[in-house]
Design a binder for this molecule. Structure first.
Ligand code: ZN
Length: 155
């Protein structure tokens, strides 16, 4: 059986395509922006006069060029962008996980400490009050002696 060799994600053709996109994308973007700018300035330069802004149609050419240029640039840089975002996200999520673990650790420790204290207090015998008459060790909250029934002085 053939061993599963890890294939390179980017084929040479893919890289050529991307390089072309990286050059063509910004170029188209610049041409488009130049067209829109020319149309814009032409429009305002001839706004007051009777002259028709003939270069205005360049704007309609420029806007799709900007759009296509943006898409091509995106395609050219998408891999790098995705990798960058992935690494950024990974470090951020790691930080969040660490932060949450630390925070949770703190609260868990607080709860555990409180529970332990409660259990310890529960296990500890309450301070006893011996009866003045018979000497029976009564609990602190008792109102009457457990041994002779004598009323105990309120604490
Ligand atoms: Zn007693």
């Amino acid at each position: 059986m053939r061993k599963n060799v890890a294939k390179p994600i980017e084929s040479p053709g893919h890289q050529t395509f991307r390089r072309a996109m990286r050059i063509a994308g910004p170029t188209m973007l610049l041409i488009g922006m130049a067209c829109v700018a020319t149309a814009f300035f032409d429009f305002f330069a001839k706004f007051g006069s009777m002259e028709t802004p003939r270069l205005f149609c360049l704007g309609f050419l420029g806007i799709p060029l900007i759009f296509v240029g943006l898409v091509m640039t995106q395609m050219g840089f998408l891999g790098a962008l995705a990798r960058y975002q992935a690494s950024e996200m990974a470090s951020v999520s790691k930080d969040v996980a660490n932060y949450m673990a630390e925070e949770t650790q703190d609260s868990v420790q607080t709860v555990a400490r409180a529970a332990t204290r409660g259990i310890q207090q529960g296990l500890q015998p309450e301070p006893s009050r011996p009866c003045a008459k018979c000497g029976h060790a009564n609990d602190a909250g008792d109102r009457f002696c457990g041994g002779c029934g004598e009323q105990l002085p309120s604490a």
